[in-house]
Design a protein around this ligand. Structure first.
Ligand code: F6R
Ligand code: MG
Ligand code: MG
Length: 381
């Protein structure tokens, strides 16, 4: 049996610079230093998106490995110490508990991992987003793996023609379902269109023996902590080429800056702007939400790269469009749909207001037309 490789991306916000827009270079250095000293890894690359640190790691220990998760936890702890020293904003905010208990899932950091036998050539993309939530990947993942107008390979590549299987998680009821495209397309859309609640966790190829193709972080910090502690700012791994979406087909959905939740105070929607790595520092109204894409070739477990895939000028129009959408939405101010619906907002004053104004609420007297008038109206219908 060929040796399997695990690719793990574990991410957390352990202190913003300045406010919630960036990671201080000293935290990046600390993360690199801790990972470099670990004998557990084949290779590692430390990246950031906005104020989130992403640890991109390859190893031979499989997914959910306590040692790898422990290494990520200790790395974030070490970065937190630096963040505290510099008094960075929200130092340690995503480390929700004091003690690590074997798996970072449910403890604050976001995790996406996959184990596979390295192909003769293994191109992968790590997408990292800031100021948004896991459901932000639903539309691009659907377009990449199920929409023939985005991905022509679904029509003309024999390995993709059988379609893909989607593992969809219901974050509210903590349960999952596997649905297959193309025959269950409409069922899939019914769920993933409701992206605050249903998220695509994995995608598997049906033409290539169930090969894992995509893995995303799906934790909702507010669900984990039971209160607002920061935005989830998800990451996503996508394998490309040779019977999977090409690099260009995987990037194409992001040419359309779709609306996602998570801008300002986790309580507003905004366009997801594809950015080059050095421009992924949200500041306008703490946003708008943005995404970077780093491409790697994996060679015997080593991460060759990255290539900054949204640096391409061909994404300039998407950025321009995102800015126009941002201008338009901002003019709505505190009105929905710019502001998220009451049950989706991460900040709210509603309970206090309801309590304070309870006495002033009065019943609305129901004024109904007389019964005979209603009956007459029904007859003439
Ligand atoms: C954080 C975020 C920010 C903050 C905002 C207020 O991911 O989206 O918009 O919510 O800067 O932060 P606090 O309440 O900490 O002052
Ligand atoms: Mg932050
Ligand atoms: Mg963030």
């Amino acid at each position: 049996m060929p040796e399997k490789l695990t690719l793990s991306v574990i991410k957390a916000d352990v202190g913003g610079y300045v406010g919630h827009g960036d990671v201080h270079p000293r935290l990046m250095d600390k993360a690199r230093e801790v990972l470099a000293s670990s004998p557990l890894l084949v290779d590692a690359y430390v990246a950031r998106a906005g104020d989130d640190i992403n640890l991109i790691m390859t190893h031979r220990r499989g997914v959910d490995d306590p040692e790898i998760h422990g290494l990520a936890w200790n790395t974030f702890k070490a970065c937190t110490e630096v963040a505290k020293e510099l008094k960075l904003y929200g130092a340690g905010q995503d480390l929700l508990v004091d003690a690590f208990a074997g798996n970072v899932k449910g403890m604050g950091p976001g995790v996406c991992e996959m184990e596979f036998v390295e192909r003769p050539s293994e191109p992968i993309i790590v997408f990292m987003a800031d100021k948004t939530e896991p459901g932000a990947w639903n539309l691009p993942l659907f377009k990449m793996f199920a929409d023939p107008f985005t991905n022509p390979g679904l029509v003309i590549d024999p390995s993709m023609h059988d379609g893909f299987s989607f593992e969809i998680h219901d974050l509210k009821e903590t349960r999952k379902v596997f649905l297959s495209a193309p025959e269950e397309l409409y069922d899939i859309l019914m769920f993933v269109g409701a992206h605050h609640r249903f998220v695509i966790k994995h995608v598997f190829s049906r033409g290539l023996d169930g090969m894992v193709c995509a893995s995303s972080t799906t934790q909702k910090l507010a669900h984990v902590a039971g209160r607002y502690v920061g935005k989830d700012d998800p990451s996503l791994i996508v394998r490309c080429q040779s019977g999977l979406p090409s690099v260009g087909e995987a990037l194409e959905p992001f040419a359309f800056p779709h609306l996602v939740g998570g801008w300002m105070r986790g309580s507003h929607c905004g366009p997801l702007m594809p950015c080059s790595y050095d421009r992924c520092n949200p500041s306008r109204f703490d946003g708008p939400p943005r995404v970077v894409a780093l491409g790697f070739q994996i060679a015997n477990g080593k991460l060759v790269g990255p290539r900054d895939l949204f640096a391409d000028v061909a994404f300039d129009r998407a950025r321009e469009q995102a800015n126009q959408i941002a201008d338009y939405l901002r003019r709505l101010g505190p009105f929905e749909p710019h502001r998220l619906s009451l049950d989706e907002m991460e900040y709210t004053t509603m309970p206090q207001l309801m309590k304070r104004l309870a006495e002033r609420f009065q019943p609305i007297e129901e004024v109904r037309p007389p019964a005979e008038a209603l009956a007459a109206a029904v007859e003439t219908d």
